[in-house]
Write a protein that binds this ligand. Sequence first.
Ligand code: UD1
Ligand code: CA
Length: 493
Amino acid sequence: MSVHSDQALGPVAAVVILAAGEGKRMKSSRSKLLHQIAGHSMLSYAVTAATTVQPEHIVVVVGHLRDQVEAHLAEIAPHVRIAVQEQQLGTGHAVQAALTQLAELTGDVIVTLGDAPMLTGETLAALLEEHRSNQAAVTVLTAEVPDPTGYGRILRDTEGMVTGIVEHRDADDTQLEIIEINSGIYVFDAASLRSALTELAPSNDQGELYLTDVLSVVREAGKPVAAYVIDDVWQAEGINDRNQLCRMNAELNRRILQRWMSEGVTVVDPATTWVHASVDLAPDVILLPGTSLEGATSVAAGAQIGPDTTLIDVEVGENAVVTRTQASLSVIGPGANVGPFAHLRPGTMLGAGGKIGTFVETKNARIGAGAKAPHLSYLGDAVIGEGANIGAGVIFANYDGVRKSTSTVGAYDFVGSNSVLVAPVEIADGAYIAAGSTITGDVGPGELAVSRSQQRNVPGWVARKRPGTKTARAAEAAQEQQAADAAQQKEPS
Ligand code: UD1
Ligand code: CA
C-alpha cells in the first residue's frame, strides 16, 4: 500500500479480534486461544497481524475463560482494549460487544479471529487495499480449499458477485459442494457494519447471531460486497481441534525452516526439527535431526546443534558444537563444546572454547574460557576460572539442606577425579586437588590439596578371609609369578 493512498483514506479505525468463543472441540481446560503453535499462543499471532496495519484501536473480544485470556493479553499486548461478551451468542453478537467499546467509530473496521494464526499482517494490508479500491461496504477474505468441511461457504450470484455466506451446518446439498470458504476475516465500513448488526436474527441451526449474515444484509441494502480470494489457503484456515492444531503447527514450522534454509542454515531433517518463531539463526548453522530451538534462543554462525537437542532461551556462540543436550537460560561461548548427554540449567555460562561433556549437569555455573568438565559432573553454583580442568566425577556440593552456596575454582586449576567441593570453598588460581578429595576448606595458589585417608595394604588378607575362591587362586598365581620373576633376576646372565 502506498503512503499516498494511506493518507487519502486515513488509517484503519479498528481491528476487532474475536476471542470469546468456547473452543469446545479442543476439549481443554485452557482457553483454545492460548494453545501454542511454533512457541506462541494462537492469539498472539492475531495481535501481531493486527498491529501490522497500525489501526487506531485493537479490540479483543473475550468471554469464555476470560481471566486466562485477559491475563495473557496483559502480558503480551498491554496496549489492546478488551471488550467482554458475557454470553457467547455468536460471532455477530461478539462484534456488537466490540463496538460498544468504540462509540464514535467511522471508516474501516477489520474483524479477525483469534483462532486463525497463519494470517499475516501483509494479507490484512492486501485485503484492506482490495476493499478500498472496490469502495466496498464489506470485503471478506476467502479461499478455495480441497476440503471445505465445517467452514462457511461463499455464495455468489450468476455474475459472480458475493451475495452471502452460509454455514456448513445450515447449508443444503448444493451449497455443500461449494469449495470457496469464509476465512472469518473481513473489512467493514463501520457505519454499514453497525446498522447491519442491528438486523441480525438467530435464525440458524445454532440459534446464534452470525457475523456472516452481515454480508447478505449489506448486499440487500444495495451496498457493494466484495471478496478477496487468497492463494495461500493456510491463512484462511482456523484451528478448532487438536488435529488442526498439530497440522498448522507443522506447517508453520515448515515455513520457518524454509525461511532459515533460504538464509543459509542447513536443516538435515525438517520433519524432526522444530524452531520457534522467536528464534534467531545465523548463516552456516547446522541443525541435526531431533533439534528443538525454543523461546529467545539464538545460534551464531557455523555452530552445529543436535542431534536430539533442546535449547530454550539459549545463546550459542560461533562455531560451537552442542550434541544431545538439554539446555535452558544459558550461554554457550564461541567454539565451545557441549554434550553428548549434557544438561545445562539456568544461569550456565560457558566461556569460549570451553567444554561441558558427557553426563554433566550445570546450574548457575560460570565456566571460564577454555575450561573443561568433560565427564560425569555436577557443577552447581560454581565459578570456574579460565583453562581449569575439572576431572571426571567432580561434584560441587552446593546445598547443605538449608542454603545454597557458591564455590570457586581458579584459573588453570586441576581438580582431580571424584573430588567433592563442599561449598562454600575457594580454590585459588594455579592449584591442584588430588583425586578423590573432599574439599571443605580454601586452597591457596600453587598448593596441592589432598583430603583423603592414607592408603593401607593388608598382606595375606585374601588368603585368610577368602580361601578357595577364584580371587584367592588368582592371588596365588600372581605371587608365584612374582617369585619366579624375582629368582630369574637374581641369576647371573
Ligand atoms: C466461523 C465462521 C465461518 C468461518 C470460520 C472460519 C461464523 C458464524 N462462522 O465459524 O463462516 O468459515 O469461522 O474459521 O462466524 N467467537 C466469539 N464469540 C462467540 C462465538 C465465537 O468471540 O459468541 C469467536 C471464537 O473465539 C473464534 C471465532 O469467534 O475465535 C470463530 O468462532 P468459531 O466458533 O470457531 O466459529 P466457526 O464455527 O469456526
Ligand atoms: Ca473457528
